[in-house]
Design a protein around this ligand. Structure first.
Ligand code: ADP
Ligand code: ZN
Ligand code: ZN
Length: 700
């Protein structure tokens, strides 16, 4: 008997990833198997019956079919719903099915043979028994369920009355969205379902994990994210797949968890860009969650205080110009009636008129902001100063000849890090000690230009003598556990002023923090990234929302913005906490510029030794579509150099595709994919070419 087996073939292989194998038994679709492939033995998934009609084995020069080496049939097969999800993701994101489906399994699982699997399953049984034992012992200690607020009651009543489908839970920070997730989860668990909760980042998991565990002490909760050991990840995955875990909490990868009793998907902070996988098979876990919910007939809760414009548009009724695809539930008030932080803008133009421009440029904090921080210090409260640029200064330059610290391998500056006196490229990692004198003219007077978090920390220390200053960015959190210990310091009140990049703004509940300041907010207004204003708005609302959840402290909470454009509508909307007005203005701009969500995009990126080779490839594949009917409704832009054109001596170019309908774009992509692979293979041999297609790219 023959079976079709899905394997993960190297990328762009001309072979179909579904291969026919001989099998002694008719294992059902979804069974994991080990099959010979070339000289190796690899993990595969039975995908269905083979082609019995193909030419008989061995006769007339036909290929001799190889046999399945082993079936891992101690494991229940991967269900049909799971297989359909993998197939959809592969088609939609234009990747091979084998790469997506096998890539979604825990890496350890793909290495096991049948005997090892049985051992792992036994270990799982033991873990399950232990978890069960811990849950009898603990069930009395379930955390108290608060009486729902009026808004929560209304939201829950509406949810109960709705047919399953995607719902945007639009609620202010601290409005009790998590409590709504917990109540929905309780309902689904009661009915025997499994609940999948997605969060943007690993370091946000402990808080929510503790809350879930406290609310559902009798339930088995597993987490799935890249911070786990391979063995932990395997056991978590197995518990979910065998239906033994009731709650699965994870980052974007968890959207591919096998959940035979799935009853609810929650996507917390749905606007967060971390839901997009940016390498390899690029997918949006948020969008896949919506698809999966539809396919499996289960509700999907997308929660945010500042939804992505895509979700907002989807949840806006058609009568208001929206797509009307999702339902929306609003919870504008904070629990306990706490006030939202007051937003204060520092008009740098006015300060410059008063004290001169030099004063503004040389000081990171304008006088009124500094005064507000001094008040916090005096009251024993904390301040957070946000700057999205790490290092001491983005460039070092020579005052005599104008030399700048560029990177020899990238079209980018090397950043000056004062702590270890290095010039470091943030793109390729190339790092050197700061030279004693200008490498071009020998003048020793090298000066930093601009300001990064290291320098900001130093300047604030001068401005606020005696204050305990902390800094959290990618440089200070490189070592495992360092982020956690620094966050703990902030929580324990050992820090008065925290300087940080956006990584501190998300999810952390700093109770004594009553001031959040963005010192260079304007950067987002003039960014080439059309999503930058949306990110800024979300960042400030999130960061400000964390400040002082304590009702008394909340009354004193402030968000400070330093800007040269105080009248900008984005800041005006921010001052009023008016996300709907901000979204309406942004959507109007997007519509008139035919940008997402009014257009659907795909970005084809190419990398080669020379910019010419990368562009040639893009031009060739663009030209191939000239007389295709599938290309009629798709706008293919000319190839351009990528925003950072050269990284690690590799030249990068890209080409944007845009269509007003998703279907039109996908019709073209489906026909295009083999052309891309063939053209790349042809060019590639001579000139080393790599390409990647990004469907629904976040940045273009
Ligand atoms: P969000 O997820 O919208 O930021 P949370 O669900 O975390 O909000 O709620 C904010 C705070 O209010 C939490 O400390 C939570 O325990 C508390 N809370 C939520 N709902 C209620 C309620 N109905 N009664 C009392 N406290 C509540
Ligand atoms: Zn010089
Ligand atoms: Zn570099």
């Amino acid at each position: 008997m023959r079976l079709k087996v899905l394997v993960d073939l190297p990328r762009h292989s001309p072979l179909d990833p579904l291969l026919d194998y001989l099998a002694p038994e008719a294992w059902p679709a979804g069974t994991l198997v080990r099959v010979p492939l070339g000289r190796r033995e690899v993990c595969g998934i039975v995908w269905g019956p083979g082609d019995e009609l193909a030419s008989p084995d061995g006769e007339g020069g036909a290929v001799v079919l190889r046999e399945i080496a082993q079936a891992l049939d101690a494991l229940p097969p991967l269900g049909e719903a799971w297989r359909r999800l993998a197939a959809f993701a592969a088609t939609y994101y234009q990747r091979s099915l084998g790469e997506v489906a096998l890539g979604a399994l825990p890496p350890d699982l793909r290495e096991l043979d049948a005997t090892q699997l049985v051992r792992r399953l036994r270990r799982g049984d033991k873990l399950d028994r232990e978890a069960a034992k811990a849950a009898q012992a603990a069930s009395a200690e379930a955390s108290p369920v608060p009486e729902p607020s009026d808004e929560q009651r209304e939201a829950l009543a509406q949810l109960a009355a709705m047919p399953p489908g995607p719902v945007l839970l639009f609620g202010a920070t601290g409005s009790g969205k998590t409590e709504v997730y917990l109540r929905e989860a309780a309902r689904v668990l009661e009915a025997g379902g499994q609940v999948l909760v997605l969060v943007p980042e690993i370091n946000l998991t402990p808080q929510l994990e503790a809350r879930l565990a406290a609310r559902f002490p009798g339930r088995r909760l597993v987490s799935l994210h890249s911070g786990l050991t391979p063995a932990q990840r395997l056991q978590g995955w197995l518990a979910a797949h065998r239906g033994r875990a009731d709650l699965v909490l994870g980052t974007r990868m968890a959207i591919f968890a096998s959940l035979p009793r799935l009853g609810l998907i929650v996507v917390d902070e749905e606007h967060d860009p971390s839901y997009k996988q940016q390498e390899g098979a690029r997918y949006s876990a948020r969008d896949l969650a919506v698809w999966r919910g539809r396919a499996e007939g289960v509700p999907v809760l997308l929660g945010s205080a500042t939804p992505s414009l895509e979700s907002w548009h989807n949840a806006l009724p058609a009568a208001e110009g929206g797509a009307g695809r999702y339902r929306r539930l609003d919870m504008p008030a904070r629990i306990g009636g706490g006030a939202l932080p007051r937003v204060r803008t520092v008009d740098l133009a006015r300060i410059a008129a008063q004290f001169g421009k030099r004063a503004v440029y040389s000081q990171p904090l304008a006088p009124p902001l500094l005064e507000a921080m001094r008040e916090r210090l005096a009251r024993g409260e904390q301040s957070l100063v946000l700057l999205n640029r790490r290092g001491y200064a983005p460039v070092l330059h020579c005052t005599s000849c104008g030399w700048k610290s560029d990177c020899a391998h990238c079209s980018a500056w090397r950043v000056f890090h004062r702590s270890d006196r290095t010039l470091r490229c943030h793109h390729c990692g190339f790092s050197e000690r700061v030279p004693f004198a200008c490498p071009s003219c020998g003048d020793p007077d090298l000066q930093p230009m601009g300001r990064g978090t290291e320098r900001l920390e130093e300047q604030i220390a001068e401005l606020l003598p005696g204050a305990r200053i902390g800094r959290i960015d990618a440089d200070t959190t490189r070592h495992k556990g360092s982020l956690e210990s620094q966050l703990a310091q902030v929580h324990d009140g050992e820090i008065d002023v925290l300087v940080g990049t956006q990584m501190v703004a998300k999810g952390h509940d700093f109770r004594r923090m009553t001031l959040v300041a963005a010192v260079q907010a304007d950067a987002a207004l003039f960014s080439s990234d059309f999503r930058a204003p949306e990110r800024l708005f979300a960042l400030l609302m999130q960061a400000g929302g964390r400040a002082g959840r304590d009702a008394e402290l909340a009354g004193r909470s402030e968000i400070w913005l330093q800007t040269w454009h105080a009248a900008h509508p984005l800041y005006a909307a921010l001052r009023r906490h008016d996300y709907p007005a901000f979204a309406a203005a942004q959507l109007l701009e997007r519509e008139s510029a035919a940008m997402p969500p009014y257009a659907f995009q795909a970005l084809l990126r190419a990398e080669a030794r020379s910019q010419q080779a990368a562009c040639d490839f893009l031009e060739t594949v663009s030209a191939a579509t000239l007389d295709w009917p599938e290309a009629a409704e798709v706008l293919i832009f000319p190839p351009v150099p990528a925003p950072i054109q050269r990284v690690a001596d590799v030249e990068r170019a890209q080409m944007l595709l845009e269509a007003s309908s998703r279907q039109a774009l996908h019709r073209l992509l489906a026909r295009w994919q083999p052309v891309l692979a063939q053209s790349a293979a042809r060019t590639g041999e001579a000139r080393v070419l790599r390409w990647a297609l990004d469907v629904d790219p976040l940045a273009i």
